[in-house]
Design a protein around this ligand. Structure first.
Ligand SMILES: [Zn+2]
Length: 300
């Protein structure tokens, strides 16, 4: 017993000397893992909403979240579109918190239809999905947090012809409606949407139609991790999956680099066969992952 007490005392002294507890190291975001998740998703390409590959991609994402011990469901629903009735699959994972305040981390995973038979959609929507899966891994290892986290992977973000209440943003409109109908909108602390975050030349321009408080939090987090130069406020608004949440009164921010091309100012890789894995970088994913992780920690 004395030995045991001595041992405990010594460990205690060691803590005091080193200033830290001998715990397992805190998980940190790994850009290479995010890239690997993107590569794995891109195996299901193209993965347009309503197709077999779209469904297979959803099942794959559910499997990835469940492998982290995150309770996940596929919410399958049908909606009218310009191409007729279509079936969509939202993938929703939940990481319980100590309170019922909720942070939603979101990305779409479907590809734009009709580009080319081997369209990868590596940046749009592979990169954001890869970063979100890696964030899910880190958060599940660091859990529990004060807030609950929802990992929301949307289907049907891309429109068939032109954005309208029947075309595009199907998954996000569905989830925003479900949250409002369930009476939980007031508990949502933040909706952080990631979109096109893997470009080698990372230049996040946050659209003006994002909640000011969250834009501030995002820029502070970027400053804290030394990534502030890659983040700025964009010139205009963007219609993206964060909009249905804003319209329902929930704070939301769109973390997007909407300049994806061969030279600065051009967007010639976007929605073309050139949106391939070789245009992405581990470093860009690392930067976005580090910033979003810091941001959600600051929101606790
Ligand atoms: Zn797109």
């Amino acid at each position: 017993m004395i030995h045991l007490i001595k041992g405990i005392l010594m460990i205690g002294m060691a803590w005091m000397l080193t200033g830290c507890k001998p715990e397992t190291p805190v998980a940190s975001f790994d850009g290479a893992r995010a890239f690997a998740e993107t590569e794995a998703l891109v195996q299901f390409s193209p993965r347009d909403a309503g197709t077999g590959n779209g469904r297979r991609a959803a099942v794959h994402l559910k499997t990835r979240l469940e492998a982290l011990g995150i309770k996940t469901v596929i919410d399958t629903f049908t909606e009218e579109t310009p191409a007729g009735k279509m079936v969509f699959n939202n993938v929703l994972g939940r990481l319980p918190g100590k309170t019922n305040r909720l942070i939603i981390l979101a990305s779409h995973f479907d590809t734009k239809a009709g580009i080319c038979p081997d369209f990868q959609g590596a940046n749009d929507s592979g990169s954001s999905t890869g970063v979100l899966l890696e964030l899910a891994r880190v958060l599940s290892e660091r859990a529990p947090f004060e807030t609950e986290f929802m990992l929301a992977l949307f289907d049907g973000e891309e429109c068939r012809s032109e954005y309208s209440p029947q075309d595009g943003l199907h998954g996000s409109r569905r989830l925003a409606r479900q949250i409002v109908e369930g009476g939980g909108a007031g508990l949502v602390e933040a909706v952080i949407l990631l979109d096109m975050v893997g470009d080698k030349n990372l230049n996040i321009t946050v659209p003006r139609n994002s909640s000011q408080t969250l834009v501030k939090e995002l820029f502070s987090a970027a400053q804290e991790v030394g990534a502030r130069p890659a983040f700025s406020l964009g010139r205009g608004a963007i219609l993206d999956d964060h909009v249905p949440f804003l319209l329902a009164g929930m704070p939301a921010v769109d973390v997007i680099d909407f300049e994806y091309g061969s030279v600065p100012g051009l967007n010639d890789y976007w929605h073309t066969r050139k949106d391939t894995l070789d245009k992405l970088s581990v470093e860009s994913m690392q930067t976005v992952g580090d910033v979003v992780l810091r941001m959600v920690e600051n929101l606790q």
